[in-house]
Design a protein around this ligand. Structure first.
Ligand code: GRF
Length: 194
């Protein structure tokens, strides 16, 4: 059975690139029938979109500012995603809050990566907040997406140390390195399921 993966991004897309690379190195298509078939961004200038295009992956830019409401944007986004008949929709630095209707439409096949050890530090500025309260460890979480932002079943996590004198940028870079290992691993595990 063919399992199409659609990835949604807003920015650099380093997680997306790590997922694409893993899918090729580990032969997901042959092993699991799984393939990244499209990358969609709400920002046409997202660096990750150009990279995906150069890799021969279908890309779509859909500017949320062209829509009057969140619901209208999400309806168009769903239509674009569904053209690719996805088995899994992967949020990878997609910086839009999704409507309950969107989340319900992809119930069971929508996942996200968040740069904290959930349930700690939902929302933004996770690394600075972890430093500010004196955490010794930080990390990242792959979770199922529900209508409740940054909640939903935890699928996998990776921890990294917070070092003395860490800045948010230094910690973010350390966490991001782990994200690039964690997200492909979590997705492969899902794609290996019958
Ligand atoms: C990552 O830190 C991810 O956890 C968060 O946004 C960032 C996206 O980075 N949701 P990239 O676009 O994958 O490089």
């Amino acid at each position: 059975m063919h399992k199409n993966i659609v990835i949604l991004i807003s920015g650099s897309g380093s997680n997306m690139a790590a997922i694409v690379a893993a899918s090729r190195q580990r032969h997901w298509l042959e092993r699991h029938g799984a393939e990244v078939v499209a990358v969609i961004s709400n920002r046409a200038e997202a660096a990750g979109l150009a990279w995906a295009r150069s890799e021969g992956i279908a890309t779509v830019a859909l500017d949320h500012r062209a829509f009057a409401t969140r619901e209208a944007f999400d309806a168009s986004l769903m239509a674009e995603i569904d053209r690719f008949d996805p088995a899994l929709v992967v949020l990878a630095g997609f910086m839009r809050i999704l409507t309950p209707g969107f989340v319900a439409h992809y119930d069971g096949c929508l996942i996200n990566i968040h740069p904290s050890l959930l349930p700690a530090f939902t929302g933004l500025h996770t690394h600075q907040r972890a430093i500010d309260v004196g955490c010794n460890v930080a990390g990242c979480t792959v979770h199922r997406v529900t209508a409740d932002l940054d909640h939903g079943e935890i699928l996998d996590q990776a921890a990294v140390p917070v070092l003395p004198g860490d800045t948010a940028e230094a910690l973010a870079a350390r966490v991001l390195t782990q994200e690039h290992l964690l997200y492909p691993r979590a997705i492969e595990r899902l794609m290996a399921l019958p």
